[in-house]
Design a protein around this ligand. Sequence first.
Ligand code: FES
Length: 111
Amino acid sequence: MNALAADWLPMANEAEIPVGKASLVRRQRQELLIFHTESGWTCYDNTCPHAGAPIFADHFDGETVTCMYHGLRFRASDGGCADCPGWDLEPYPVKVEEGKVWIGFPPAPTG
Ligand code: FES
């Protein structure tokens, strides 16, 4: 998605998401999934690209998260679908600073 994220917001506490876990966070009406793996942190919109269903953090096995509607699996590492290449979760930039997990949101539209 957007390499020019302008609005970095603290969306979770680092200590609350250990390695191998995921967490669902909300910003207004938007839901995001944050993943913490051995390779680091990633974040995606919580909307399955197959049919738009929500995905749940509880269905993360440490490497992939499964959408329970039709069973497609998505990699935490890059958001790609392990079952149907080309269907990817929408990524958001992540950084961890001062004990917080920060998510970068696109600049708010102006004008
Ligand atoms: S809506 Fe997620 S697998 Fe179909």
